[in-house]
Every structure is written in structure tokens, then in C-alpha cells.
Design a protein around this ligand. Structure first.
Ligand SMILES: [Zn+2]
Length: 462
């Protein structure tokens, strides 16, 4: 130690870290195969500790005191249900009242002398993004979790990987970078997005260095396939990608590149939560680092396994800030704890199925924009792209579903009325449909800049 400054290896006990949160491949040899009793004993011990840390943070203590929840009363995993949850609105309020970091962080920027830190923002494009201070410990464990997910996707030590995510204020590109560099022993080419390194250059680099994967959105990867073809390069036989850790159209990605694509789930504040195994029977939750619960998106009531609801996530590993029963309002369902064909007892969840806070009550019917999107994009003449708006018209709420199509514009009118009938039939209420040429919704969906494209805008208050 010099002048009180602690370097990464002094701030983090790496031997302890790799025992507590094993990186791949050793994770899959032991921790991944633990019995339900072992998994839950580890969770309970960590949960009790997390509750005490969280209680020392004003954001949590205020709410728990008001609701009468005593963190020392946690004696079983079941007891976690007694703690109140919070949503992104509470986080936004905390930031407003205590700018710029809110009162939900433990770490302060001045602590960086004792432990190196990074500051990232959720979503790079909107004004009200949420800051998170990550300690060195948080970065390392987060990178281990990401490395596990990438390993499950097929990336192996020694592989060369292009990282075409945007190196920006957002955590995404750096999480992958740190996972590949520090915990998977891969060679990373930091190409960043197509505006930094042109699509042609990305293809050239992937070919020259035999890249095994290109990390980016599924949509941009498919765009790269088009560019490759224009260059006379076959995306499957010349590029030879072995892994597709890209979120997008699974069937099209697999058909185009000839490698398997597995679903995974994570978000800004807690990093990687779950990843699908080759059995494809749900996403295994990394339960040494998370407890995931599902509640009704409107009432907050506990939902049984198998029912779609809002995810409430408690992380068990962070030191920079605590996320304890964070109702992230992403929709998915939990499966009962059963042994998977891959041998793991880790609980599984269904894939991300939209946003709970996007629900609109339309003439008495609960409508989720993503459910509308699922119906219209199944139509053979409609692309995978859509955007839904809720508007107020003559004292009525209305929803407009915009889609894109490669059909000639003379066919748009027929397609529009066909889709309106289809939605009426499936949901039971009337929707207005707009048909646009391909690419017309890109600015609204932010499909080229956001890992989770935007699908909805509520214009009723405007
Ligand atoms: Zn499995």
C-alpha cells in the first residue's frame, strides 16, 4: 500500500472471490451442479449479510422502517417476501432528492483511493438515466457472471472475439470486455459500433483474426451478414462464428451463421442474472449471486411458478450499492426447482417477455405492447420491427400499432386492415395499425443503439 492507495489486487481478495463466485470453466464442474440444499444454504447465508448491508443504506432503511421490516428477522429464504420491494420510480426519486448519485449507493467517488471504481449509466439515450457506482469487487464479480453466460453461449478461453457494442456511458461493452479479458482469457478486438469501425472493416477483422463471435445486437449482426455477402464473404462458411451471444431473431441468426443462439437475461444495476443451457428449457439463474421472485405487475402480489409477472431481483454480491427486492418490471416467469437435462438444479426462468410498466388498460382489457408485437410480427409480410403508442383521443384511450413491411406500398392498406382484424380477434378490442416501409421505425425503437429496443411510448399525458 502506498499513501493509502489500494490497487485492484490489494482491494480485492482474488482467491476468496474465485472460491465464492467461481468463474468458468470450473463453475460448471461444481457450483453449477450443487444440490438444492447446497444452493439454498449459500443463498440464505449471503442474503442475511446483504440485508444487514442494505439496512445501513438510507434508501433501504427508510422504507424498511416505515414498513416494519427488520433485517435481523430474516431466518429463511421465505422471509424475503416480507421485505418491501421498490421500482425504478423510487430510484428516480432518490436521484432527484440526492443528486447526482441518489441515496441508494454505499460507495462514494472519494472512496476510489481505497478501491478503484467505475461509474455507468443505464440507457445512454434518455435524460433520466440511473447512475451506478461499481467497486472493483462489483466489476470483478459482475465480469465472472458475464463470463459464465458467454461460456454457456459457446465462447472458450483462447478465442478471439469482436466487441461491437458501443463503448459509452453504458455498462454493456465494458462488462463484456472485462469478462472476456479477465475471466475468459479471450483476445478482444474493441471494434465498437459501425459508426466507430465500419461494417466492412468489422467483417475484414473478423476474417483476418478468425473471430469466434461478434458481440452486438442480433439486428446489427444480421446487417453484418448482409455486408459480408456484398463483399463476397459467406457468413456461415467463411466467417465460421462458433457462438452467437446476440439477442435477436434466434431462428434467423442460427440459419445465417450456423451456430447455436441461447437466451440470457441481465440488466444495468446487477449485470448478468441468467443464461440458457443447451437443453433450452429455461434460463438458469446464477443463484450464488441472485434471488429472483415474480409478482403481479399491478398489485405486487406473489405469483405462483409458471405465471408471467414482474421480476423482483435481489443481488447477493455487490458492495458499491445494494439492490434488495428491486422490482425491475421486466416480465418473465419462474419454473419450479427441478433438475435440468444438463444436470443443474439451478432454478430456471422463462425468457424476457416485455415490460410490466407498459401495461395499458384499454376499454377494460389489460394490454401489453409486447403482446401486440408478438401477434403482428408473426404475419409473413410484417418484419420483426414494431412500435406501439398509447394516445388519448376524444376522452378515450387508443393504441396505435406501427409495423414495417418490405411489401410494395400499394399493399399497405390491405395489410393494415388485415392486421387490425387479427388484433381485434386475438385481444378482443380494436387497435389502429400503421404500416411503414422497412427502417421507418428505427429512430423510435433505437434498435441500432439499445440492447433492449424500445417498443412503447405513452403519449396520453402529452
Ligand atoms: Zn440446464
Amino acid at each position: 500500500m502506498s499513501q493509502g492507495i489500494r490497487r485492484p489486487h490489494e482491494a480485492v481478495d482474488y482467491e476468496y472471490l474465485t472460491r465464492a463466485y467461481p468463474p468458468p470453466p470450473e463453475y460448471f464442474e461444481k457450483a453449477y451442479l450443487e444440490t438444492p440444499e447446497e444452493i439454498e444454504a449459500c443463498q440464505l447465508a449471503r442474503l442475511k449479510e446483504r440485508a444487514l448491508t442494505a439496512y445501513s443504506i438510507p434508501f433501504h432503511r427508510k422504507r424498511w422502517d416505515a414498513e416494519g421490516f427488520d433485517p435481523r428477522s430474516l431466518e429463511s429464504l421465505e422471509d424475503l417476501w416480507r421485505a418491501p420491494f421498490y421500482t425504478v420510480d423510487d430510484i428516480r426519486k432518490s436521484i432527484e432528492e440526492h443528486p447526482p448519485l441518489g441515496d441508494y449507493q454505499v460507495a462514494r467517488p472519494e472512496d476510489a483511493r481505497r478501491e478503484p471504481m467505475r461509474l455507468y449509466m443505464s440507457g445512454g439515450t434518455t435524460g433520466n438515466s440511473r447512475p451506478t457506482l461499481y467497486t472493483q469487487w462489483d466489476r470483478e464479480v459482475g465480469a465472472v457472471l458475464t463470463a459464465r453466460a458467454l461460456y454457456m453461449q459457446g465462447i472458450r478461453p483462447g478465442d478471439t472475439v469482436l466487441n461491437a457494442w458501443s463503448y459509452s456511458t453504458h455498462n454493456g461493452a465494458f462488462s463484456f470486455d472485462e469478462a472476456l479479458h479477465r475471466w475468459l482469457n479471450c483476445v478482444i478486438l474493441t471494434t465498437s459500433t459501425g459508426t466507430v469501425t465500419s461494417s466492412r472493416r468489422q467483417i475484414e477483422l473478423a476474417l483476418q483474426y478468425g473471430a469466434k463471435a461478434i458481440l452486438t445486437t442480433g439486428d446489427y449482426l444480421l446487417r453484418l451478414a448482409d455486408v459480408a455477402q456484398e463483399m463476397g464473404v459467406d457468413p456461415k462458411n467463411d466467417l465460421k462464428l462458433c457462438a452467437l451471444p446476440n439477442i435477436g431473431d434466434r431462428e434467423l441468426l442460427e440459419a445465417t451463421f450456423g451456430a447455436p443462439n441461447y437466451a440470457s437475461y441481465g440488466f444495468h444495476e446487477v449485470q448478468w442474472v441468467a443464461s440458457e443451457c443447451p437443453a433450452r428449457q429455461g434460463l438458469h439463474i446464477f443463484e450464488d449471486a441472485f434471488i429472483v421472485q415474480v409478482v403481479h405487475p399491478e398489485t405486487g402480489e406473489r405469483l405462483p411458478d409458471g405465471e408471467l409477472g414482474a421480476l423482483v431481483v435481489t443481488e447477493l454480491y455487490k458492495t458499491g450499492s445494494a439492490q434488495f427486492r428491486y422490482n425491475i418490471m421486466d416480465l418473465a416467469y419462474l419454473m419450479p426447482r427441478e433438475r435440468c437435462a444438463c444436470g443443474s438444479w439451478l432454478r430456471r426462468m422463462g425468457p424476457f417477455s416485455g415490460r410490466g410498466d407498459n401495461m395499458v388498460k384499454l376499454r377494460g382489457v389489460n394490454v401489453w405492447p409486447e403482446a401486440l408485437g408478438e401477434i403482428v410480427t408473426l404475419h409473413e409480410r410484417v418484419s420483426d420491427d414494431y412500435f406501439v403508442r398509447a394516445i388519448r383521443s376524444e376522452n378515450h384511450d387508443e393504441m396505435i400499432v406501427a409495423v414495417t413491411s418490405s411489401a410494395p406500398s400499394s399493399e399497405f392498406e390491405g395489410l393494415r386492415s388485415e392486421l387490425e382484424s387479427l388484433l381485434k380477434e386475438k385481444i378482443g378490442v380494436r387497435f389502429e395499425v400503421e404500416v411503414h416501409p422497412l427502417g421507418a421505425l428505427d429512430a423510435l425503437t433505437e434498435i441500432h443503439s439499445s440492447p433492449k429496443p424500445k417498443r412503447f411510448r405513452d403519449e396520453r399525458g402529452e
